[in-house]
Write a protein that binds this ligand. Structure first.
Ligand code: ADP
Length: 397
């Protein structure tokens, strides 16, 4: 079956068409600046040239219409008609406590997802708009929602509750939810597969280090803790997000900088993390690594602080699982930055980690980067959230 995977944001939409039998991506692309002047679509068929077209996209329905047109284009398309697309898988950011698994989308599910909008006001409404637009244009094609939060729903109470008045959990569902679940699930499962070991008998820590970054503890195939919380602001320091801070800093800074809470949250979401700590050098780890190589003190300080935090979470999750068998690095930074992996592993001597420097230089493939005598196995596993969504979609339809 050919599955269209859609990841819809407020002004952008990423798509991939995946053949579920071969698990090959047939075409992929991106619509940008939806509803804004200068909108454009980028379309890359697997066996052809990438093309970029500037064209008006007043709304998401028009964006999806253009995606379907590109996929069925007689010259550069990869399917002859829309009937060839057997199902659509949608990434949905927040499923609250309601969705511990992916679901086939119907009106009732949409209403329940809408109830979670409060918890992810930037993401969920955009995801819903994408689903709505797809249903309009492909009314007979089954659609599946795959939630970023679902994999983490197995966390025990002691891991997901905050030290706040319990009534706030009861009244407002304030708790840890976690994100990147599709990636944490895919990568931990893949690690077991690559090692030829039973997923149900492993303690795995996944470090998803991208522009957004999170760590999860996966014990015997179930997530038992993760670093992002009610929102994706908690946990590791990220590209532009602060991660964990003393909550009292918010009031302190609001007075000092004469900002309201919204203004402070903009700082915490957009101006902090490695961008802020590097004194605005960059949020991109390629720039930080280059800075490190030329001895730039902003880059050195930032990389050290970032890696220290990753190591601290690994320590915490080792405790949570009473040990760890496998540690995985994934996503843009985790897959491509040997320096970051090596800095993190320097903290892991107590786990008997022995890094194989040569293997650590490899990119883009499933690799064990520790030596055979290393007590704990460390791996690089490239994530593939689109493939995971396509698999879920096929399983459900
Ligand atoms: P997201 O999906 O959260 O936007 P990604 O997982 O795509 O993020 O990761 C993007 C980040 O990966 C970039 O901001 C960059 O810092 C990092 N990155 C990508 N390629 C490299 C590289 N070759 N070396 C170091 N870092 C890289």
């Amino acid at each position: 079956m050919k599955v269209l995977v859609i990841n819809c944001g407020s002004s952008s939409l990423k798509f991939q068409l995946i053949d579920s039998e071969t698990e090959r991506c047939l075409a992929k692309g991106l619509c940008e600046r939806i509803g804004i002047d200068g909108s454009m679509i980028t379309y890359s068929p697997a066996d052809g040239e990438k093309e970029k077209t500037v064209t008006p996209m007043p709304d998401h329905t028009e964006a999806i219409r253009l995606v379907l047109e590109a996929l069925t284009n007689p010259g550069t398309g990869v399917v002859s008609s829309l009937e060839e697309i057997g199902a659509v898988g949608h990434r949905v950011v927040h499923g609250g406590e309601r969705f511990a698994k992916s679901v086939v989308i119907d009106d009732e599910v949409l209403a329940a997802v809408e109830e979670c909008n409060d918890l992810a006001p930037l993401h969920n409404p955009a995801n819903l708009i994408g689903i709505d637009a797809c249903r309009k244009l492909m009314p007979d094609t089954p659609m599946v929602g795959v939630f970023d939060t679902a994999f983490h729903q197995t966390m025990p109470e002691e891991a997901y509750l905050y030290g706040l008045p319990y009534e706030y959990y009861q009244k407002y569902k304030i708790r840890r939810y976690g994100f990147h679940g599709t990636s944490h699930s895919y990568v931990s499962g893949r690690a077991a597969e690559v090692l030829g070991k039973s997923y149900e008998n492993l303690r795995i820590i996944v470090c998803h280090l991208g522009n957004g970054a999170s760590v999860s503890a996966v014990k015997n195939g179930r997530c038992v803790d993760t670093s992002m919380g009610l929102t994706p602001l908690e946990g590791l320091m990220m590209g532009t997000r602060s991660g964990d801070i003393d909550p009292a800093i918010i009031e302190f800074l609001a007075h000092k900088e004469n900002k309201d809470i919204e203004g402070i949250l903009t700082v915490l979401n957009k101006k902090s993390g490695v961008l802020g700590l590097s004194d605005n050098l960059s949020s991109d780890f390629r720039d930080l690594e280059a800075g490190y190589d030329r001895g730039d003190e902003n880059a050195i300080r930032t990389l050290k602080a970032f890696c220290y935090r990753v190591a601290k979470y690994i320590g915490a999750y080792t405790a949570a699982m009473n040990g760890v068998d496998v540690i995985c690095f994934t996503a843009g930074v985790g897959e491509n930055a040997p320096l970051v992996r090596s800095f993190v592993c320097e903290y892991l001597g107590y786990l008997g980690v022995r890094l194989d420097e040569e293997e650590n230089q490899k990119r883009g493939e499933d690799t064990v980067i520790t030596t055979p005598d290393s007590k704990t196995t460390v791996m690089v596993i490239p994530t593939n959230e689109e493939l995971a969504i396509a698999r879920e979609t096929v399983r459900l339809v």
